[in-house]
Design a protein around this ligand. Sequence first.
Ligand SMILES: O=C(CO)[C@@H](O)[C@H](O)COP(=O)(O)O
Length: 270
Amino acid sequence: MVGASVPSHDATACLTGVWKRAVSSGHKKRPVNLFIENVRTVRIVGVTLPAPAARRVKLAPSILACDFTRLGEELRAIESADWAHVDVMDGAFVPNISFGLPILAAARAASPLHMDVHLMIERPERYLKDFAEAGADSLTVHVEATAHIHRAVQQIKELGKQAGVTLNPGTPLEALRPVLADVDLVLIMSVNPGFGGQKFIPQSLERIRTVRRWLDELGSAAELQVDGGVSAANARAVVHAGADNLVAGSAVYGKDGAQAGLERLREALK
Ligand SMILES: O=C(CO)[C@@H](O)[C@H](O)COP(=O)(O)O
């Protein structure tokens, strides 16, 4: 008999229905025998963890790639998605300026989707309250953008929002460690932030695997989000590496419209 400890949130997911949903949505079915020791410790007998692809994966189209003259329509086109990803750039932390509070407020008014706000701005703590009030459901901050990442994460939680942390592709993953147990979301940037339509950096897969392992070791239920160059061609590999939340801009808002783009991503994940 082989025994293996599994992170409690994976086990809980199997027990509370995510497993069943994965089976019925066409993912691979694998038998698993669980011996529940207590809420945090579960032994798997005869080993058969769900394939990584069996995780419930959230799709978060980035509205950076949409047609802003039709923001309401573009948001309705992604209503079957899980989240809307909102990229705020200040022209200082990243070499581009996108949009800020008024566009978030307009998106909030136009759509019931979870507004997932990625702040690519210097010293984000100055604006967390404003973005929370403008309609953010989750706020993600860069470790490089503040001297006080721990305080920024706490501030987001005090505002009653989901707290996310992220880092540029060139920043060592160790920078995440001090706040890893506190956050609701970790975002692995798979391009250098600042622009849509860039190529996925292949080394990101190893970074995703590492953070997946760290989260599992902590028993954290935080989402592992990946952003930048995600498309139908690589979505499966990204999920297989451990992601459970995919941001996609140009792969969703393509020539044939957002619904077709979302459908292609879903097909790729089957
Ligand atoms: O944060 C960013 C870019 O800085 C991303 O959210 C992009 O907007 C994703 O666009 P694609 O790479 O999917 O086109």
